[in-house]
Design a protein around this ligand. Sequence first.
Ligand SMILES: [Zn+2]
Length: 808
Amino acid sequence: MSRRPVARALVLVSGLILLFSAAIVAQVPSPRSVLGFNPTDDKTIADWNQIVDYFSKLDAASRRITVKEIGRSTLGKPLIVAWISSPGNIKNLEKLRRISAKLADPRTVKDTTELESLVKSGKTVVVISCSIHSTEIVASQMSMNLAYELATASDTDTKDILDNTVLLLIPSPNPDGIQIVAEWYRKTLGTKSEGTSPPELYHHYAGHDDNRDWFMLNLKETQAITKLLWREWFPQIVYDVHQQGQTGSRFILPPFYDPSNPRISPAILRDTGAIGYKMAADLQADGVAGVATNSTYDTWWHGGFRSAPYYHNSIGILSEAASANLMTPITVTEQQLKQNRPVRGLTNLLEPATNYPDPWEGGLWRPADIAKIEMTASRSLLQMAAKFRSRYLRQFYDLGKANLEPRTDVPKAFVVTAGQPNAEAVSRFLEILMWQGIEVWRMTNELYLKMEPDQKDFHEMPLGSFIVFTDQPQRNNVLSLFEKQTYPHRLMPNGDAEVPYDVAGWTLPLQMGLDYASVWGIRDLKAAMPTLRRVETVDQARDVMNLEPAGEPFPKLKDPLRTNPRIGLYKSFTGSMDEGWTRLVLDNFQIPYRSVTDRDMRGGNLDLDVLVLPADSENTIHKGLSAERYPDEFSGGMGEDGVANLKKFVESGGKLICFDDSCELVIKRFGLPIRNVLSGLKRSEFYNPGSIVRLNVNTRDPLARGLPDELPAYFTTSSAFEVQSPGVSLSDAKPPETGTRNIRVAARYAEKDALMSGWMLGENYLNGKAALVETDYGKGKIILFAFRPQHRGQTWATFPLIFNVLEK
Ligand SMILES: [Zn+2]
């Protein structure tokens, strides 16, 4: 009885909410009203300019949304982020940001009373980022629908989400790519190229590798978003929305597959799995078939959009929806599903399994299907973020706090020693750490350190060295960047190495060729603390380095090339990431070059001193894009004419430089007496998916000018050479074939213990084999790098080799 008035009041209140929401709906423009079509409908596409335009209209119309430009893309487009929350929260964004920042650093929280008040008044900060891979285009279009729905819906579920979370929605962290893909898609609609990838990298430098840069921060986009996430907003949950191939499962969610990285907190792995399972359960309730968990993707590797958060005590979610042909629907047959290549955790797509309980039977697959799944998954994640708000905030604080506790099983700190010659690499490295919010200190007095856990005596560390303590909120990040990785030895039942999701080792100071060490004890640290200076800014790090009289400057890193060669860099239409990273290194060091296309190659337009072939297979370089799907101007590769002109170029005095895979084409087509000893080996015999390996360098060779006799180099299913003519050594090479003479080996893989960080099966196949070879050919020269001296723009240790070989 007594309930009646209450019920009536509720009706009245919800009536008011309805009226109020109706007013909101009337004001907030729908995507259709702005774009003229419903985003994610078949064969529609909004380019970046339109997406920015739509979000700016939302910003103007909705009190639940505020949109800001957080920086510019590599090609100058605005990088935008939409903050979505209740109008009250949107008014208080700065206050909410500060709460999240405080929880990220428990040292700033006075006591439990303050903690309780922060947990009570804070909101779960969630990031949803769409289509970092631009051909995985649907999420960027879906982002407008998601924002509109959250801006206008009036149900209690939405209200709960808006009240308890602050969503930072990133329509795309690669605006340039959305523009490139949208323009290509429109241009080719109705032609044989409809739905194909554009004939260029969709990120100016990185292409698909734009999601391999989250600890190295080479790109403007990763720099701006890393600042937003880990120096300003400190999200507790990050969701990165991707697409996979067409004929696999319809959607993949966490929990992920093995191996997990031991530096990720178990609590983070559990919560990542719990959110993934909730998303999968909600999709099942919606009747969506073909959703997989515990498959394909692992959490070993550090540098992706969803994996970097683990090292900031945050939950990182990845989803992968099956693709259409960009925005053109496709039909997938049962036969295709049957023949789909098995992936880890998912061998048969037509049979139910615990991690894949409802197989999809095939049929029409449209962009709207992808978008619907991604909308449901996003809402599902936001519900979790809202419902468990205080739990996520408290855990975020607790994990940071646990990282401040002393531990004896990990180093106390790492030092980057003063006075090393490569000052530029050191300041760049410190910059990268600080951009991620890692604290760096500089010694203004000598410190006495123990460099081994059981060492008795203290070792004096020179004045001016940099020290990074591990007892900081980001302990896991510090450890994962400095430590050597030991990837677990994982074999398939047939004895083959099981292929990891990405590379196995990345130890950053090692890749950058720095002199650094782990510290297990510090004498009188309390007394020494006042003599340490916190390096607060990147400029400070640079200044400090510039002040250091750092001995001989590192070869070539600072000076432009001495001999002014005319450099060409081969650029195919297949979009080679290795080409892009090479360009990034040349641009960063201001080395002039021009791009050489297949047209130039076929036409013999090679008025150059030096030509660089970035890593690509013989087939890709030779054949290029298929004429069945691409117009003549983009298809056909270098072809026979290009290969013939390449030979002529070297014979008449040019210098040809090949990275990794591209050596294959040159060895074969030029008849060089050199063999890749790893070619043809089974994955049970040799395997190295991406690790740092030790090179022994012949320092008397001009190619190795100024380098130490041992170098860490990056190997990623790369090569190892044997010079086939017997008796050929460093000094007395015989001419084994006409046109080839004087083969010199400037660097070899170490005779033993070649693996420095990562995973390598069958190391003995590679030990002592040639890694950098130079041979005369006609009047010219050919230089073969068996590895990638510029891998992802990270391998500063081997950059000087590139600069040396580029000299005339
Ligand atoms: Zn992707």
